[in-house]
Structure formats: C-alpha cells, structure tokens
Write a protein that binds this ligand. Sequence first.
Ligand code: NAD
Length: 279
Amino acid sequence: MFGGQPVLTLNDGIMIPQLGFGVWQVEDKTAPAAVGEALKVGYRLIDTAQGYDNEQGVGEAFRASGLGRDDVFITTKLRNREQGYDATLRAFDQSMQKLGLDVLDLFLIHWPLPDLNTYVETWKAFVKLKADGRIRSIGVSNFNPSHLERIIGETGVTPSVNQIELHPRFQQRAVRDFHAEHGITIESWSPLGQGKVLSDPVIQAIAEKYGRSAAQVILRWHLEQGLIAIPKSVTPSRIAENFEIFDFSLDAEDMAQIDALDDPNGKIGPDPETFHFKF
Ligand code: NAD
C-alpha cells in the first residue's frame, strides 16, 4: 500500500504513510503546483487544515494527479472557531466540499483551546463522523496529556493521532511516553524546526558522513523513532530531497548525538494551554 513506502498502522487498524507533505503557509493558488509536485515525486500523505485556507487547491492537486482515492491519505484539521458539536459537523461538510472528497482519511482538532472548554463536545462530533463512515481515522493536534486524558475519560474513545511540535531541539520525551502507553501515534509538526535546525553542526557532520543533506538526516531521525514527519517546502528540489530518505538509516551513535540536541528553550510554536484562535 502507498507504493511500498514506510507506513504505520494506527490504533484503529488504518494504515498511514510515515512521511507526509505539510501545506501550512502554502496559498490556495500555489497549492495545486506544490501538492502536485509532492504527489509526482511519491508523497502519499498530505497535511492541510481548514485554517490554512488551501483545501480547494489540495483537492485540485489530488484530482489532477490521476491517483486513486485509496492511493493518497488526506488529513485536514478543524478550524479553531468551529469547535462545538454542531459547528464541527457543519465545518466538516464544508471541508469535504472544498477538498472534493466523500470520505476523509484523518480529521484533527487543531488546538485544544482549554479556555473555551469545547474540545470534549467537539471530540464527540468527531466520534460520530467516524461512526457514520465519513472519516477513516480521528485525532487531535497540540493536545497535552491532560487534554487527552479528559477526552478519553469522557468518551471512551482514544485518538489515533496527536500532531504536535517535535524536532531535534524540542523532542517531547515525557509526552511521547504517554502516547506510547495509550497507543496514540505522534505526527511531528515543524519536523525540521522550520529550517532552524538545519545548520546545527552536529546535524551537518552526520549529513557529511552519509553524503546526505541536513534535512534528510533530520527526517530520518523522525522515521527511525516511529514518528510521522510532515515537512513543508514549495521548492521542487527540496520537495524531492525531503522524500529521498528511504535508502539509508542512521546508526545508534548518530541517533544519540541528535537526541542530545534537545533543548529546554527549543520550542518554536505557542503553548497549547494558552494558545487561542488564529487558525
Ligand atoms: P518545517 O519544519 O517543515 O520547515 C519548513 C521550512 O524548512 C520551509 O519553509 C523551508 O524554509 C525549510 N526547508 C524545508 N525543506 C528544506 C530542505 N530540504 N532544505 C532546506 N530548507 C528546507 O516547518 P513547518 O512548515 O512549520 O511544518 C511542517 C508542517 O507541519 C506544516 O506545513 C503543517 O502541515 C504542519 N504544522 C502543523 C501545526 C499544528 O498546529 N498542527 C503547526 C505547524 C505546522
């Protein structure tokens, strides 16, 4: 499945490619070309969101690719202001119209927004959409263990995925243990640290050792640990480079060196406990 590239099996039995193409900050009008390029070089997982305002372009690229519906795994995320049971159901329909799909592969609650206190009822709408066969897998994004515990406790349904900030400078070790205990697969967002980790001398030295690029080494680091990585680029050569990572692996020493780059101040994005709206 997915052309033989590495896949993971989620806790609901659904298979997902381990490397995806992220489209945050890709404009709707640029998305067909960028996503088209990604599908051409072999990516089979596309990560968009209602808040990225490019679902139309993503759907266009999928249709133009000539690939079958089962060949491509498409993720979108609920816009923050659409949280709530009824609003979620309506917003989901709008996404499906924009994407031009009947069934979605993965839908995520984009941020928990704890001060709104609507993520549990939102999750209940996700559970219904899955039960109705409209989504194959359901998950969340930017949820801390306390938010996960609450939705699991109140609905009995464990998310299949949590998409969180994760890169060599922000490795989320304790949070990862919690996910392993609960069978929740992690997707690493900003897997390249938004490009900031690429110039690190440790990464550069490992890249030189293998005759690979820094981005390829970092993406390999994600895959070796069973994480899903969704790097973004709109540059065709980088889109291709980030996909050419299935023919080498890092050894234990390389992994240990990158593990040592974890930094208490390495977080780039906002704190899920306080982040509000925007998407
Ligand atoms: P990223 O770590 O993927 O870095 C992207 C940047 O790195 C690019 O803009 C480019 O400048 C650079 N880059 C990419 N490939 C390169 C290469 N081969 N060589 C040199 N430079 C390269 O950061 P991102 O875009 O923030 O995150 C990726 C995806 O994660 C997003 O597109 C989105 O899908 C997802 N995301 C999700 C959330 C969330 O809240 N769920 C938040 C941020 C990002």
